[in-house]
Design a protein around this ligand. Sequence first.
Ligand SMILES: NC(=O)c1ccc[n+]([C@@H]2O[C@H](COP(=O)([O-])OP(=O)(O)OC[C@H]3O[C@@H](n4cnc5c(N)ncnc54)[C@H](OP(=O)(O)O)[C@@H]3O)[C@@H](O)[C@H]2O)c1
Length: 192
Amino acid sequence: MSPSQGTAKVRTVTLHMVSSLDGFIAKHDNSVSWMDTPGSIYEPGVSISEEEVSTFLKSIDCYVLGSRTYEHALELGWPYGDTPVVVVSSREWPPAGTRKTIEFYSGDLKTLVDEKLAPRYRNIWLVGGAMLSQRFLELGLVGEIRLTIAPVLLGAGLRLFDGSLKEKRWDLKNVIAYKNGFVELSYAVPWA
Ligand SMILES: NC(=O)c1ccc[n+]([C@@H]2O[C@H](COP(=O)([O-])OP(=O)(O)OC[C@H]3O[C@@H](n4cnc5c(N)ncnc54)[C@H](OP(=O)(O)O)[C@@H]3O)[C@@H](O)[C@H]2O)c1
């Protein structure tokens, strides 16, 4: 039984990450063009309309991110719209300007999920980076892993999994191959 199973019925934490074929989630120079470089079309794959993407994104109640991912999101242009965002950081941050949807959190991550997020949100998305995701996985706080594999080898960069995790089986729940060559793999913990 998971330590957080008591609230598993009312909330799910989904870890979502885009990874290269060789397991990197960021390049050392932080450039992101590898995530959308057009390749050859995979004919049997599916494509989704902007409307479908928009409907899907509306189903996400809250995003959780580490402070480095937050800084990168600010540089790239805020991708989370008006959806609530919790940034995990031990640092003091200046008030987040007019963006009322951002909260900063420092402290125990199980307390964050069980006491701060679970009472308010059902569909919680942990969207990076590697450091915060690994801590969530180590603590058994992730119920679903959605890994989108980009059709590219990067050769070097930041690894999503750095070898610190223990062996654990996950159940494959869904596979979607897209026309652009990306593949989304969804796994759930066996108790979910
Ligand atoms: N490919 C993708 O889908 C994807 C998705 C997201 C991010 N990324 C990339 O990943 C990179 C960032 O990942 P990262 O692993 O370097 O950093 P990160 O996980 O985004 O952020 C790490 C920071 O989060 C805070 N933190 C983490 N665990 C904490 C804990 N238990 N308690 C308190 N604070 C905690 C700390 O901030 P303080 O130092 O402020 O205390 C730590 O320095 C960026 O290049 C980003 O673009 C890629």
